[in-house]
Design a protein around this ligand. Structure first.
Ligand code: AMP
Length: 530
């Protein structure tokens, strides 16, 4: 199979072969392949009807866990565009920045996200096309916003008007914004060929068939959601999406949906273990249990396997820039405990065609058994950061003694001895994982500096959990300020999981011998019970 095919091609083939089978469950509704194709093709045809050659080849999808979210993703791709997922659970100011930076001309919006649309329209310099498949009458919106074009459910083009888009070698699949250390989210451009290379390996490895039912625990603003949708659709399987409410009862969801493939961050397993949801034998329908996104503790893997005894458990690893996941490790109860380091399951072996370099600070390969930064390249290496050649050049580099570009992951790993697996040891920078979400502490510091006017700000991941951190606390140099005001200003620009739980004011922040702010000293204060 070649990975130059369009990302939508697998779905369309499944829609031919498995017309009446379920493609997605969302908001408690099941859509068959035929129904999802119909909705997606109508969205695609409507985008195509308006789009001219000069338009940005991206469509924003402002939809959350709804049938329109899934139809919007497919519709954007079928129109020949990449999709830009937007999330109404983020502060609208942040969504607005992402939307403006993407320069999208068109946006698909579901009913639940509609109340936040005004903010995006108010700030937009462009004349936008807004597709509202869940809304019948858009007359009021047309009157309110004469500058923009609206298409409600009755105005969408017929699915038969859809035309197969022209193939382009670097066509974008999605543009995903991740936390940026300088305070502005970075847009990672992932090409369709990156994703199809990933999918080819995954669907074969897991032997996915039309009988499978996959979880969708990830929001679409997290790239791991791409696995759920497209692995399922490549082979006629069903992706089962819990509502925001059902997300807090993942055990019942597995049982009610009779899931066969589970995919989540390890934090979910840790949470389920704490709440007694991992009783032995509880999830017999699962044949694969997959984790990714943050370190997987050995104890969580063992507990999960007892609860899902018929499943094979794998730990996947990868940054957004290397397309979803690029190394993996199959857990073996006999050999894995010895292969694990620091109580964390190894990240394993690279995906087919992916090159690995474990390097020191000069980007030269370290010796076997030594630790260094993980650099990788190959068919899953993304196109870089949207409209940011500087950041792209800093992260996508040609190491000395190499001829090809590699992506610097910033992850600290051990170069294996012999044929052993790669083990993950931590980060070389100030990126942390908070309940699986990627967070640059620098971005939180920038938001707090702006809100309080002090230059001395340190953000610390706290408390530590087995897989990352439970939250963030900040230390601010200066006089104590109006805390409620500060918190609400900071919260207006950051998603919930990035908002500091506590703000500590100090006359002077501790400094190290080089007169830099001393993180270790501040962490020590927290350890002492501050
Ligand atoms: P994201 O781009 O949000 O997927 O975050 C990527 C980062 O998450 C990686 O660079 C790692 O630091 C971390 N990560 C992802 N998967 C794993 C894993 N299996 N074990 C340890 N860290 C992981």
């Amino acid at each position: 199979m070649t990975n130059d095919r369009a990302l939508w091609a697998g779905f369309m083939k499944s829609a031919e072969m498995f017309t009446g089978r379920p493609a997605v469950v969302a908001e408690g509704k099941t859509l068959t392949y035929e129904e999802l194709r119909e909705r997606a093709c109508r969205i695609a045809a409507t985008i195509q009807a308006y789009q001219d050659a000069s338009a940005t080849p991206l469509t924003a999808v402002f939809a959350y866990r709804s049938p329109t979210a899934f139809a919007g993703v497919l519709g954007s791709l079928l129109a020949g565009n990449g999709y830009v997922p937007l999330n109404r659970t983020f502060p609208v100011d942040r969504t607005q920045v992402m939307f403006a930076r993407s320069e999208c001309d068109a946006i698909v919006v579901d009913a639940g996200s509609l109340p936040q649309l005004d903010k995006l329209l108010e700030e937009s310099q462009k004349s936008l096309r807004i597709l509202l498949p869940d809304v019948q009458s858009v007359e009021t919106l047309r009157k309110q916003w004469p500058r923009h074009t609206f298409a409600g459910s009755n105005d969408l083009a017929a699915s038969s008007d859809w035309r197969e888009p022209e193939a382009r070698p670097n066509a974008i699949a999605y543009l995903l914004f991740t936390s940026g250390s300088t305070g502005i989210p970075k847009g990672v451009m992932v090409a369709q060929r990156n994703v199809t290379a990933f999918l080819d390996y995954m669907v074969e490895r897991y032997g996915i068939t039309e009988k499978d039912r996959l979880s969708q625990m990830f929001d679409m603003t997290f790239d791991l959601s791409v696995f759920d949708m497209f692995v399922a659709w490549e082979r006629g399987a069903c992706v089962c999406c819990p509502s925001q409410k059902a997300l807090i009862k993942p055990g019942s969801f597995v049982q009610e949906m009779e899931l066969t493939v589970w995919f989540s961050v390890p934090s979910t397993a840790i949470f389920m273990k704490q709440l007694g949801m991992l009783k032995p034998g509880r999830y017999p329908t699962l044949r694969f249990s997959l984790f990714c996104g943050e370190p997987l503790p050995v104890s969580s893997a063992s507990a999960w396997l007892e609860a899902a005894p018929n499943s094979i458990l794998e730990n996947l690893y990868g940054p957004t820039e290397l397309t979803i996941a690029c190394t993996l490790y199959r857990w073996d109860p006999v050999t894995s405990p010895d292969e694990s380091e620091l109580g964390i399951v190894p990240i394993g072996y690279p995906y087919p065609g992916m090159g690995v370099l474990v390097a020191d600070e000069t980007l030269r390969e370290v010796g076997r058994g030594e630790e260094g930064e993980l650099l990788m390249n190959g068919p899953q290496m993304s196109l870089g950061y949207w409209k940011d050649s500087e950041k792209t050049a800093a992260a996508f580099v040609v190491p000395p003694s190499k001829k090809d570009v590699y992506y610097r992951t910033g992850d600290r790993v051990r170069r294996p001895l012999g044929n052993g697996p790669l083990t993950h040891l931590g980060r070389i920078d100030f990126q942390v994982k908070i309940l699986g979400h990627r967070v640059e502490l620098g971005e939180i510091e920038a938001a707090v500096r702006k809100a309080c006017g002090s230059d001395g700000v340190l953000a610390i991941g706290w408390p530590a959990t087995p897989s990352g951190y439970g939250g963030v606390e900040v230390f601010i140099e200066g006089e104590s300020k109006d805390l409620d005001g500060l918190r609400s200003t900071v919260a207006s620009g950051l998603p919930d999981y990035m908002v500091p739980r506590r703000f500590h004011f100090m006359g002077k922040l501790p400094r190290n011998v080089n007169n830099k702010f001393d993180r270790k000293a501040v962490i020590h204060l927290l350890e002492e019970g501050l």
